[in-house]
Write a protein that binds this ligand. Structure first.
Ligand SMILES: NC(=O)c1ccc[n+]([C@@H]2O[C@H](COP(=O)([O-])OP(=O)(O)OC[C@H]3O[C@@H](n4cnc5c(N)ncnc54)[C@H](O)[C@@H]3O)[C@@H](O)[C@H]2O)c1
Length: 240
């Protein structure tokens, strides 16, 4: 049985994971700032996700941008599941400082503490994202496999959602496999690539096993429909 810290453990994936791990007998600590965007004005009333875990875990209300909160949360942990993040792809394009501070700096503080202080952490799991692949992988009629950059405003305004390459040739969409080129097209995607790279680079040098998952459009019961990250799924939900 392990002591497991889940940052962002009051969120959609984190709260579900916390409940599963408790079922298996693990001792869970959650570090979460109960962000209003996800949990509403009064989480005790407005957040079913928070309510589902609050009496079952050691809950630390705090932020991953605080060294003090990290130091408190990391005490006696065997595993860290680092989910706390700003998660809106579109929002990341106009809240750039906030996204880099929480996602990149937050991860940097955790690694700095672990690299410089005695600790009991054996493994870190980081939530990366499909967004690191940007627009994904396509086939060009003459050039073969290509990785187009982000869509042009003029095409979006004209309702042209099919991707073209710089020569305006139409592209065929291919499955984006794990080895596809990493080329994020949002600040959020950049922060996820950066988190992943920091964990994968630093952990082996300090005797901690790193694990990264590149999630794509996770959905299910309890998901916040006011969170901009829910994006396309809440649009489908409201239009059906
Ligand atoms: N849901 C998906 O489809 C998906 C896809 C790819 C990657 N991810 C990643 O998985 C992780 C979990 O996603 P989710 O869907 O559960 O997100 P979520 O928004 O439901 O949960 C994130 C949690 O982090 C907390 N948080 C935000 N800023 C914080 C801070 N500064 N300090 C402490 N806590 C903070 C929020 O209060 C929230 O409880 C995130 O890192 C996200 O980037 C999710």
């Amino acid at each position: 049985m392990k002591n497991i810290l889940i940052t962002g453990g009051a969120g959609f994936i984190g709260s579900n994971l916390a409940l599963k791990l408790i079922e298996k007998g693990h001792k869970i600590t959650v570090l979460d700032n109960l962000s209003k965007q996800i949990h509403g004005e009064n989480p005790e009333i407005t957040s079913p996700l928070y309510k589902s875990i609050k009496d079952k875990v050691t809950f630390i209300e705090g932020t991953v941008t605080s060294r003090t909160d990290w130091e408190k949360a990391l005490q006696n942990q065997n595993v860290v599941v680092h989910f706390a993040a700003e998660t809106g792809t579109g929002q990341s394009m106009y809240c750039i400082e906030k996204y880099t501070e929480v996602n990149i700096q937050g991860t940097a503080i955790m690694l700095d503490i672990l690299a410089n202080n005695k600790n009991s952490v054996e493994k870190i799991v980081i939530a990366s994202s499909r967004s690191i692949y940007g627009e994904g992988k396509y086939k060009h009629p003459k050039l073969g496999i290509v990785y187009p950059s982000h869509r042009k405003e003029k095409d979006m305004l004209a309702g042209n959602f099919e991707l073209t390459f710089f020569d305006e040739e139409e592209l065929e969409l291919l499955a984006t496999d794990e080895d596809s080129k990493i080329h994020p097209s949002s600040v959020y995607g950049i922060t996820k690539q950066n988190q992943e790279q920091m964990i994968m680079t630093v952990c082996p040098t300090i005797g901690i096993a790193p694990v990264g998952f590149r999630y794509q459009n996770v959905y299910g019961p309890g998901q916040s429909l006011s969170n901009p990250y829910t994006g396309i799924l809440s649009i489908f939900f409201y239009t059906n």
